[in-house]
Design a protein around this ligand. Structure first.
Ligand code: NAP
Length: 176
């Protein structure tokens, strides 16, 4: 399968890409904002469309990009919150909405949520909201097929800047 991993230079994306590419299992196309086989800015419709126009048909898309805002709500403004939603929730949804038209039959799209949605962390209000949004987006059209991918390689015991050693990303798969 040819699989696009967006965010492949990051902590999560690199683990995902390496796992998928292990022993030549899949052809992995590594994509990032500043480094990778291709570049994209997932906050932009035009940039995401341009990426898939370049790539053509793909068998699977993984998004391991999109930042949350970790800050106390007392100090957060509506503009901060909106910026965070644009960065994580809407960017991942954007890739799914645009990327679905480039998927081969039986292809899948995998988005990255995070356990802050139901396992609260300090200053994690925005993270919880973004992650809940991603999981809600996936569940509505395809309840049956939501799953958490069980790759051991994704378990990060020391996510940069995160407060809990139990934090690891939760990935939601959405085949179309
Ligand atoms: N790390 C954890 O413990 C953890 C826990 C829960 C959830 N998550 C979620 O997992 C996802 C990845 O987290 P991470 O820790 O791996 O992040 P990271 O190490 O900071 O890596 C982020 C990756 O995404 C790319 N990226 C960032 N903004 C982008 C944009 N606008 N367009 C295209 N690519 C962009 C970066 O590319 P460049 O390097 O080229 O800028 C980089 O490859 C995030 O959604 C995060 O919320 C992570």
């Amino acid at each position: 399968m040819n699989i696009v991993v967006i965010g492949a230079g990051g902590d999560v994306g690199r683990s995902v890409a390496d796992e998928l590419a292990r022993n030549g299992k899949h052809e992995v196309i590594r994509v990032g904002r500043t480094r990778g086989d291709h570049l994209v800015d997932i906050t932009s419709d035009d940039s995401v469309s341009a990426l898939f126009d370049q790539l053509g048909s793909v068998d699977a898309i993984v998004v391991a990009a999109g930042n949350v805002i970790l800050a106390p709500v007392e100090k957060m403004t509506p503009a901060d919150f909106l910026r965070g939603l644009q960065d994580k929730l809407l960017s991942q949804v954007r890739v799914a909405l645009i990327g679905q038209h480039y998927l081969s039959d039986g292809g899948s799209i995998t988005l990255t949520s995070g356990i802050a949605v139901d396992d609260p962390i300090a200053q994690g209000s925005h993270a919880a909201a973004s992650n809940a949004g991603i999981e809600g987006f996936v569940q509505a059209p395809c309840v049956r097929i939501v799953e958490i991918l069980p790759f051991q390689g994704f378990q990060l015991t020391q996510g940069a800047g995160y407060l809990s050693c139990r934090v690891f990303p939760r990935l939601v798969k959405m085949p179309f």
